[in-house]
Design a protein. Structure first.
Length: 354
């Protein structure tokens, strides 16, 4: 058995299709050729030259390796990790052989059926070295480093949290070098850094501490706040408003949940009711573990009243206001801003190829 990484497009634009269809797809736009009869990498390399004549030699080699893995190396029973644009990870088991359909539509010509074992697992549930392995920038690759497959399989029996299994050294075959995540030049350093920040925040501010972090961000944004005493908040953790002494508008009622699982609809309903009780025009609901679909479906009706922050939003706000945060808080969460060269976009945007 093997563990694979399969991305849902450069910007996660195909994620809903993967989940709704219970499939993983090759998202190379315009690749409307049946690949089941391709017998070797050289033939696939030549085919890519026909379909994408602007591809460089290096790009054709890299893409050949990824496509070959999807068509020939993946197998039923293998597991696949699919990073979500919501900064979570979906884990599935491959149940079908490579399939091709001329119906598409573009780019959904090539697929494998998948049984989703768990969707939206928080990234903080994974050990950092596994997240590093899942940080490869390639669209399709086998994940071998740090015994990641066995350790992720062990997570299934531990409520999809780290099971504390120690990694074993796994040899990497030379033939896999172009598609394996061990090619460090292809690591998504931005995501790896963000994962480390998320882990640090959660280790320092789990439980009621998350309220303190949210309050600090609101203060940095110019709000005056009132923080309810622990244990008897009556459905409100923080009240916030701008202006002199906090007498301006909007008046915001904030509820914070540090749980690492998606939040139920009942908490949103409670917040809306509490807003009326305290005279707040707007509400902010913060949950580290995100929100269940029942909450998200309610958003259009509450658009002018409520905003939601999940882990990703909270980190965005934290980073955007970091320089204005209290000095003591910055000492607890020390960060260094660095610059690095952005990877060139090699793919032809018009074809949609990764």
């Amino acid at each position: 058995m093997a563990l694979w990484l399969c991305r849902t497009g450069r910007h996660g634009e195909h994620e809903a299709k993967f989940l709704d269809d219970d499939r993983i797809y090759l998202t190379w736009g315009g690749l409307d050729r049946d690949l089941s009869n391709i017998t070797d990498m050289k033939a696939l390399y030549n085919l890519l030259g026909e379909v994408y004549p602007k591809f460089t030699h290096a790009h054709r080699v890299q893409n050949s390796g990824q496509i070959w893995s999807f068509v020939r190396r993946m197998a039923p029973g293998d597991w696949v990790a699919v990073p979500s644009k919501r900064k979570t990870i979906h884990i599935g088991e491959i149940t079908g052989a490579y399939s091709f359909t001329t119906a598409g539509p573009n780019p959904y010509y090539h697929y494998r059926d998948v049984k989703w074992l768990q969707r939206d697992i928080p990234r903080t549930n994974f050990d950092q070295d596994i997240l590093n392995s899942l940080g490869a920038c390639t669209t399709v690759c086998q994940v071998k480093r740090n015994d990641s497959e066995a350790r992720i399989r062990a997570m299934q029996g531990n409520n999809w949290k780290s099971a504390g299994v120690k990694p074993k050294a796994i040899a990497v075959d030379e033939e896999d070098e172009t598609t394996d995540e061990t090619a460090t030049a292809n690591l998504d350093l931005e995501q790896i850094g963000r994962d480390q920040i998320a882990r640090l925040i959660y280790s320092k501010y789990a439980s009621h501490g998350m309220e303190d972090l949210v309050e600090a961000i609101l203060i940095a944004q110019g709000f005056t706040t009132h923080h309810s005493e622990k244990g008897s908040d009556g459905g409100v953790d923080i009240l916030a408003a701008p202006g002199t002494l906090g007498f301006g508008q909007p008046r915001i009622c904030v509820q914070v949940k540090s749980q690492d699982t998606p939040l139920e609809r009942a908490v949103l309903d409670q917040l809306v009711g509490t807003m009326q009780n305290v005279g707040a025009e707007q509400g902010l609901l913060v949950c580290w573990g995100g929100f269940k679909p029942t909450v998200k479906r309610e958003l259009p009706r509450q658009f002018f009243k409520v905003r939601l922050w999940d882990q990703n939003d909270l980190i965005d706000e934290f980073l955007a206001n970091y320089d204005k945060l209290d000095e003591d808080l910055r000492a607890e969460l020390p960060l260094k801003r660095i610059w690095t060269v952005a990877e060139a976009e090699e793919a032809d945007a018009e074809t949609g190829a990764d």
